[in-house]
Design a protein around this ligand. Sequence first.
Ligand SMILES: Nc1ncnc2c1ncn2[C@@H]1O[C@H](COP(=O)(O)OP(=O)(O)OP(=O)(O)O)[C@@H](O)[C@H]1O
Ligand SMILES: [Mg+2]
Length: 418
Amino acid sequence: MLIRDAMTGGGRAAPRNVEFMAYLVDADSAQVMERFTVEQMMPHALVRQGSMDEAIALLGQLDRPPERLVVDISASSMPLSDLARLADACAPSVSVVVIGDRNDVGLFRELLRMGVDDYLSKPLTAELLRRTLGGQAAAEPVQQVRTGKLVACVGARGGVGASTVAVNLAWALANRQQRRVALIDLDPHGGPANVLLGVRSNEGLTDVLKNVNRLDPHYVNRTLVPVGPHLSVLSSEMDFTAGTQPDLMALQRLFGELKKHFHYIIADLPDRAGPVSQCVIEAAQTTVLVSDPSVYGARESARLIRLAENRDVAMPLALVINHTHPEGKAELTVRDFEEAIGRKVSQELPHDNEAAVEAENLGAPIVGGKGPLAQALLALSLDLSGRRAEPAAALTIRLPPLLAHTMQGLSGLWKRLT
Ligand SMILES: Nc1ncnc2c1ncn2[C@@H]1O[C@H](COP(=O)(O)OP(=O)(O)OP(=O)(O)O)[C@@H](O)[C@H]1O
Ligand SMILES: [Mg+2]
């Protein structure tokens, strides 16, 4: 039963703009909550009587997530797994308060560990809601532990497909795993991200870096260009004659703010060197390093891995070998590559010129298709989110062995280059 729906005037369709959303199992609690939202004069409040499943379904339909969410676990037989599903359905920034009928400290601690801001046990009263959800309390959550992940996509050398990987990872996480994703094209003059996603740049990145102090959810929403319900892009296309050096502090603050709103921020680095790349790799929770299967690629990969390993905090690094060119005799095999740099390759991407050109021409990402390159990109996105069920090797695309180098010849070559 609909209790109150301030935005839609009582309609049952998914409302467009919800700032406070509450789903309560029983009519009494829903009524207390409804009175509370009226008393607090909340402009965009949605209070409904319904289950966790209904709350999760509605979250999936909203244009943007609410700022605060109240859910009721009293009818849930597996409250923690229901809340994990809920966490999957809403952005990390959403402040979540859980209502239940158990007065259980163990449960309360578990909920706080999951990033829930507070737990209230029934019966709900106006006073209890005022104390926990009203005024000052709303502005000061008990703790905020859920934030998104920054993923730095960097090429070991130019043209190895770092942007292709960044765009396809972002698209797959958003469209195959329903994560909220922001893709940032850090090439100030515009990399291929917009073309590959079939959108136009709005100079949002330049704008946002100048106004980083004004970053609030509304500003973020206005500035990022949406590509479907879960994916947004931030980029700029400055004039080629304009030399730029983004303010690194502003960049760090931008990441901090975006992490509150998105599960993943995928940063496409235009270059492996320089202050911006270093700043992003420093700030990232994961780096995806893309290389071609060349000796020079292996050498540069080893240098970048050393850079990543020199950080204060250890960071996962996924090494991707991308066959941007048809197989050639002088290429390294994956095994040679691994031996040369002393690290396992996370994913090999097969060569598929047709898929790559078609994606660029149509603005439809490769990973949305069905071929081996799409499969490999999808597997990489599942690895990144820890969702791949099969062992990584099972999905690795195996290419025919390359004959040119014997291991001996290779190690001699490697020694000369390092
Ligand atoms: N597996 C692949 N098979 C065939 N072509 C590919 C593959 N991966 C990428 N490409 C193509 O290689 C070219 C370079 O890709 P991309 O722009 O992603 O590389 P990059 O590393 O970001 O380059 P840059 O150094 O310019 O930033 C593009 O034309 C892209 O379509
Ligand atoms: Mg690029």
